[in-house]
Design a binder for this molecule. Structure first.
Ligand code: HEM
Length: 372
């Protein structure tokens, strides 16, 4: 059955024929029932992400109303991911420079060591869920220089990050929003444990930010932001890679790092974890040749762009975005997803069994398998 609309496509069992048809026949259109413009063609997706009047938040609503006035909202409002404009440019520049220095191969090796330290050999459906939501986040915490493996609170950190990430969804319940606010508070406190003499990313970020006169609260928020970015999307990339292995068991014949990298890179294109993102018009504009109005919202179908047959494959998978807000963690995310799949296979996870009970976690933008 065809997905009912582009939002239902995110968690549909096979949305890709639908996305391909949209990219070919309706590359940019108004979806009246959703009240959204929809960009589906690769050229149109690129044009929206590059347009100066297309912003990551509605100009009048920098923080989602459900989070406003809470610790979660305060954190959200400081994220470079959620802001356009000059005020965030210095910190963004510093963060991008430091992230560009991360070596994905080193991160993958480190993640394997962390997997051993975190322990746990439980690789049934519940165990897999725990692994995909824990290892990438803990690896990013470790990269920041947080003493996460040694202090024995890896599971706690991962669950606080997951709670915060879940609270940002428009589908979050009142209880989830409250849990997100508590988690934001917890994470801010925990970050104070950082060892300023560690060689991690956080002390480097803090000292560069201090020299540039950046508010320390913004640095802390964006350090937490890195773990949040690593959470659901990387869980989805690792999970969708397991789904691929479950469906194509011949791929299990090779489980070395190179083979797992190739698998994850293919899944990032074919069955991507982030299926769409949104932009909001800050002014009346002509977008993809169509007049649009200030306040209009655009649903940007990254997954459709990825399946646009009329377009040569992009250099980087569309799931990592493009333009001013393109993901700086793309290589790291793929390394961490590969490390997570490797850790699960090494502990005996059975992809073919997992896919027998495949569903997707309810979401309007992330495709994250839920095995049961
Ligand atoms: C599979 C995993 C990941 C996917 C699919 C993903 C995808 C994305 C996408 C689509 C955006 C842009 C959103 C938009 O323009 O609307 C983004 C931004 C961002 N991502 Fe990722 N991401 C992943 C993992 C990570 C990781 C591991 C990190 C860092 C540890 C990270 C850090 C960031 C940051 C800082 C931004 C904001 C960039 C900016 O606004 O300038 N991401 N990511």
């Amino acid at each position: 059955m065809t997905p009912a609309d582009p939002l239902a496509a995110v968690t549909h069992p096979d949305p890709y024929p639908y996305y391909r048809a949209l990219a070919a026949r309706q590359p940019f259109f108004r979806h009246e029932a959703l009240g959204l413009w929809v960009a589906a063609g690769a050229a149109e997706v690129a044009a929206v992400l590059a347009h100066p009047d297309c912003r990551v938040r509605p100009p009048a609503q920098p923080v989602p109303p459900t989070l406003a006035g809470t610790a979660a909202g305060e954190l959200f409002g400081r994220l470079i991911r959620m802001n356009d404009g000059a005020a965030h440019a210095p910190l963004k520049g510093i963060l991008m420079r430091l992230m560009a220095n991360i070596d994905p191969a080193v991160a993958m090796t480190r993640a394997a060591a962390l997997a051993d330290a975190i322990g746990g050999s439980d690789v049934d459906a519940a165990g897999v869920k725990r692994w995909i939501f824990t290892l990438p986040v803990v690896a990013v915490a470790d990269l920041l220089g947080m003493p996460v493996a040694a202090s024995g609170n890896a599971a706690e950190v991962a669950s606080q990050v997951a709670a915060y990430a879940a609270s940002q969804s428009p589908l979050a319940s009142a209880a989830e929003v409250q849990a997100g606010a508590d988690a934001a508070h917890w994470l801010a406190q925990w970050l104070l444990d950082a060892d300023p003499s560690s060689t991690g990313l956080l002390p480097a970020l803090q000292s560069a930010a201090q020299q540039a006169d950046v508010d320390p609260a913004a640095v802390a928020a964006n350090a937490i932001g890195l773990m949040v970015q690593a959470c659901e999307a990387t869980a989805g990339l690792a999970g969708n890679s397991l789904v691929r292995l479950g469906r194509e068991p011949a791929l299990l014949a090779r489980q070395d790092a190179a083979a797992l990298h190739a698998l994850v890179a293919r899944v990032a294109r074919d069955d991507p974890p982030v299926q769409n993102t949104r932009r909001f018009l800050a002014a009346d504009a002509l977008l993809c040749g169509v007049p649009v109005s200030a306040g209009d919202a655009v649903l940007v179908l990254l997954a459709a762009a990825s399946h646009d047959d009329s377009h040569a494959p992009s250099e980087r998978p569309w799931t990592f975005g493009a333009g001013r807000h393109a993901c700086p963690g793309d290589a790291l995310a793929q390394a961490l997803a590969a490390a997570t799949v490797a850790a699960l296979l090494a502990r005996g996870a059975q992809p073919a069994r997992l896919v027998q009970s495949l569903r997707y976690r309810p979401s309007l933008n992330a495709r994250i398998p839920q095995f049961s």
